[in-house]
Design a protein around this ligand. Structure first.
Ligand SMILES: Cc1cc2nc3c(=O)[nH]c(=O)nc-3n(C[C@H](O)[C@H](O)[C@H](O)COP(=O)(O)O)c2cc1C
Length: 680
């Protein structure tokens, strides 16, 4: 059946044959070392190449000039020192029959001035950029030649590096800043009419083409709909795409949508869960119909059915599943093996993209192997050592992952879960309708656990006797935690938890104060849930802004909903106590800076303060364990076998993972278990 699958048909692009229609578009995962794509970066892409995709594009926003410094961990392609690194990279990827291309860019105003060489960002006009906070210098005409040549030199390095092509990023970056009337207010020949505004990008492409010759693949990435009323209209985007496609300089057009002018614009360009899937596919199709060169497209196409439909109908020529490959680099291999139903889904949590804007590296919320290929395997192979009896207690993400990995290693695994459902806190998070896709994390794990042959016992509150009756060699405690209200000086019994609210056990009405001390999803989700039910919500946080720990795409989706539903915000106040007050309650707060006390009357107070480890069972089993429950942290950090496992044979080793250790997140929970269990 797969032989005729439209997704598996090759595409010729000049002298290059792409073996199928699935690709990953350029992104900047911030895996660079010394601003170059070294081992970590390459292994990440190699895993996808092993997984069967036809083209992996790396170096999202690789910068060509010093006044366009890296703002989120990009590659520096402005110097010839990159060429040998690219050559090694290309060889590594080509071994797997996969093509490799790089995206180059000049960020224009979309960067910071206080990094690298402290050079002022430049732009067609002096229009403020919100995300990187620059007030750019207006480009003088005399400077353009140098920038054009910098692009050409970047393209030449891509070719000398043995890559299969180079992509010019326009969307949101310097070429697009010339296209957009919102950022181009020039009165010279680079401003005004469409022809004038595309002059710069055409000059850049001419120079790039001259540098690489006629046979090398050159493409452009551009928005087909800026979703910004001050910017280029969809009709003009189509005209711009046509002008570029007909220039004879390009081999493909890679279509995106939205803009990167604001956080909310970015959240539409790289959509989180709860937004429409494939939102710009029809824009890509419209461009495809208007031009005669191939069209590439990505944006929240996460399932093979949509991807296949887009190819089969001829709407696009290459379909990218970019974040989907962060979640599972083996998408094509699984499709070819007839195991498409085992693909780990991209749930659109936005954890990857949001981390890079807070200085982190791009990590998948539920695949901790991504970006850690040097130490953590994506494919779990059976252990060559002795087969163990493993008991896992707790069926949340940490417990499910421990059970999955241990079973795939060939051990006999029993998983106890106290409730009737696997998934733990993921089930609660998914109760906010807008974030319901997060359930995909639990569903995938639960199915894999089943396929791996784990003996799953739900509705079983396991005590020490239940565990010991199985004569385990290894016990993994993944019992999670319970909502913490113990920090309050008084009134612990008067407050509700975010779990109560999201889980539906409590349905508070009226004036509701939601206190969010973590700045992650839980508090904001509860506030959104209540506000959407028509309650009057005030969100109080000790942080300097709500959602303090969330990055741009997630926080902007919350803020859109919270502002849209009239939620009020109080920052910098710590909740100290709650007292009964008539039919309601009064929340006593203290300002984080002045220590001034405050009083907020409400009908109910809902608290998010992380979880307290549910560690009773752990403490009961600890005295009898070989390792006294201690996890060797050096071994865990390096994903080496736990020393206690060498002493097995006479008793059990005991470990705890996830929130049973300390209140953290899904990624931390799964990573704990994966690196613990993949090495025995
Ligand atoms: C961590 C991360 C960094 C990204 N950086 C870039 C970039 O530098 N240049 C670019 O054109 N797109 C970038 N993107 C956008 C992706 O190429 C892609 O368009 C986006 O993820 C939507 O496609 P998807 O839904 O298939 O993931 C980035 C995406 C992610 C997740």
């Amino acid at each position: 059946m797969t032989v005729h699958d439209p997704l598996l048909q090759p595409l010729r692009l000049k002298g290059l044959t792409l073996k199928n229609r699935v690709m990953s578009t350029a992104h900047a995962p911030a895996y660079v070392k010394d601003a170059l794509p070294q081992e970590r970066y390459q292994l990440y892409h190699e895993e996808k190449a092993k997984g069967g995709l036809a083209l992996t594009m790396f170096g999202g926003s690789s910068t060509v000039a010093p006044e366009s410094p890296s703002a989120f961990g990009q590659i520096d392609i402005s110097d010839d020192r990159i060429v040998p690194v690219l050559q090694g990279f290309a060889e590594r990827i080509h071994r797997h029959g996969c093509a490799l291309m790089v995206q180059i860019t000049h960020m224009g105003r979309r960067t910071r001035w206080d990094v690298a060489d402290w050079l002022a960002p430049v732009a067609p006009s002096r229009v403020r950029e919100f995300q990187h906070r620059s007030f750019p210098k207006e480009l003088e005409k005399e400077e353009l030649r140098r920038i054009v040549q910098a692009y050409a030199a970047g393209a030449r390095r891509a070719k000398e590096g043995g890559l299969d092509g180079v992509e010019l990023l326009s969307g949101g970056h310097l070429p697009d800043q010339f296209w957009s009337p919102a950022t181009n207010q020039r009165t010279d020949e680079y401003g005004g009419s469409t022809r004038n505004r595309v002059r710069f990008s055409l000059e850049v492409l001419e120079a790039m083409r001259e540098a690489v010759g006629p046979d090398f693949v050159v493409g452009i990435r551009m928005s087909g709909d800026d979703l910004w009323d001050e910017s280029v209209s969809p009709e003009e985007s189509l005209e711009i795409a046509t002008i570029h496609a007909e220039s004879g300089l390009l081999d493909y057009v890679n279509v995106i949508g939205s803009n990167v002018n604001t956080d909310i614009g970015l959240s539409r360009l790289i959509p989180t869960m709860g937004q429409r899937t494939a939102p710009f596919l029809q824009r890509a199709r419209a461009i495809k119909q208007a031009i005669r060169i191939p069209v590439f497209h990505a944006t929240r196409i996460t399932d093979l059915e949509t991807a296949r439909h887009a190819i089969a109908e001829g709407w696009v020529d290459m379909v990218a599943m970019t974040r989907a490959h962060l979640a599972d680099p083996y998408i094509v291999a699984k499709l070819e093996r007839g195991e498409a139903d085992r693909i780990r889904p991209c749930v659109g949590a936005g954890y990857c993209i949001d981390r890079i804007y807070v200085g982190g590296d791009a990590l998948c919320v539920h695949n901790p192997a991504t970006g850690r290929e040097a130490t953590i395997p994506h494919v779990i192979r059976p252990s060559e050592g002795p087969k163990r009896r493993v008991v896992v207690v707790g069926g949340g993400p940490a417990g499910l992952e421990a059970a999955r990995v241990a079973a795939l290693r060939g051990h006999h695994v029993t998983l106890f879960e106290a409730t009737d459902r696997l998934g733990g806190q993921v089930n609660i998070a998914a109760r906010l309708d807008r974030r319901r896709e997060i359930i995909g994390i639990a569903l995938w794990l639960a199915r894999e656990v089943e396929l791996a042959g784990v003996d799953v016992r739900t509705d079983t509150y396991a005590g020490p006797d239940d565990v010991l009756a199985l004569a385990p060699d290894v016990v993994v405690i993944a019992t999670g935690g319970t909502p913490d209200a113990g920090f309050l000086r008084e009134g612990e019994d008067l407050v509700l938890s975010t779990w109560d609210v999201l889980g539906g056990q409590a349905k508070p009405t009226g004036d509701i104060l939601v206190y969010d001390a973590t700045g992650q999803h839980q508090g904001l989700s509860a506030a959104e849930h209540l506000a959407k039910q028509g309650q009057r919500v005030t969100l109080v946080t000790p942080d300097r802004m709500p959602g303090h720990e969330l990055g741009a795409t997630n926080s902007s989706r919350f803020m859109k909903e919270l502002h849209g539903h009239g939620v009020r915000f109080v920052a910098d106040e710590r909740l100290m106590a709650v007292r009964r007050d008539g039919n309601g309650v009064v929340a006593l707060t203290r300002n984080m800076y002045t220590d001034a006390t405050g009083e907020h009357r409400a009908d109910h107070v809902v608290v998010e303060h992380g979880t307290v480890p549910a560690d009773e069972l752990y403490h009961e089993l600890k005295p009898g364990s070989l390792n006294h429950g201690l996890t060797d942290l050096d071994a865990l950090a390096a994903a080496r076998p736990q020393p206690a496992l060498a002493r097995l044979g006479d008793g059990y080793a005991l470990f705890r993972v996830g929130d049973a250790v300390a209140s953290r997140n899904i990624h931390a929970a799964i990573y704990d278990s994966l690196r613990l269990c993949t090495v025995f």
